[in-house]
Design a protein around this ligand. Sequence first.
Ligand code: ADP
Ligand code: MG
Length: 322
Amino acid sequence: MKIAVLYGGSSREREISIKSGKLVSQALKKLGYETCEIDTIESLETWIEKLGNCDCAFVALHGEYGEDGRIQGLLDFIGIPYTGSDAYTSFICFDKYITKLILKGNNFMTPDFLLLTRPIEKLPFGFDYPVVLKPRYGGSSIDVRIIHDHREFKKNIVDLFDRNDQILLEKFIEGKEITVSVLEDVESSRPRVLPILELRPRREFYDYIAKYTKGMTEFVIPSEIPEELQKKVEKIGESIFELFNCRGVVRIDGKLSNDDFYIFEINTIPGLTELSDVPISAKAGGISYEELIDKIVQAILEKGGMNGGNSRNNYSCGEKRW
Ligand SMILES: Nc1ncnc2c1ncn2[C@@H]1O[C@H](COP(=O)(O)OP(=O)(O)O)[C@@H](O)[C@H]1O
Ligand SMILES: [Mg+2]
């Protein structure tokens, strides 16, 4: 079987995706699959032609055009099964505002928030410093700012709106930063929550530098969270995976505060570099990098992707290609 590894692309997270893609491709080869590496920054004609010779696609793209449902929609039309969540789920989870509305509507905890559509002069009623400003769509902590006072607020709000159309204002949550990886388990048909990873950045928060520079974040795994709270978080992880109809592996970011898990976001294509959180959690759960990649692929082979036979939208299902 030939698997196309889609990586790179043109999003702000291109560099990370290149690293994820290379590692995924190596792992697939070790697992005995034939691979074809496709950097989606190439012209559409070129990479679609390459895709035509493949049986399915491993989507290792992060950020816009890769994680936001657009590639998934395109692959649905071409009729190539792909790893990870479908176009609907990808689109919803990429939108931090919609994600938070759904979380709130289903009684999950998420920091109080307000969507800003233009720069404002001062903090709205109900918010006190510190607050967090972040793009509605984004990742890798790019343009995420912790704001401590009015002077910082005025300076940052203008700057952020220069590069982003809409900004989320959130209450700052004090507490332990954790990330929860949830893996589709084909055998049990239940999502499997991997060991919770506690992150202790050596910076004010888990920003881009803390995320991608070796030594800038201490990873605590197994986390030092009381067992009862761990169980609560695991249950939340499982429920969220099902609520959002996730596939493959997802990573839920948030903080623990007063025994509540405040969810920041759901990543449908989490980083798969050596330093990334999901491979670290998997390893702690006894799953090697190759096994993790294999499980993500097996999920679409066994259960089908959007066009693999288990689809809400079977228009191009056709014959099975493997
Ligand atoms: N409401 C908040 N309270 C405290 N810290 C936050 C909050 N929102 C984000 N952060 C910090 O910023 C980081 C990135 O935010 P997140 O919403 O996960 O966006 P990204 O998609 O860029 O990872 C988090 O890991 C955390 O360290
Ligand atoms: Mg995050």
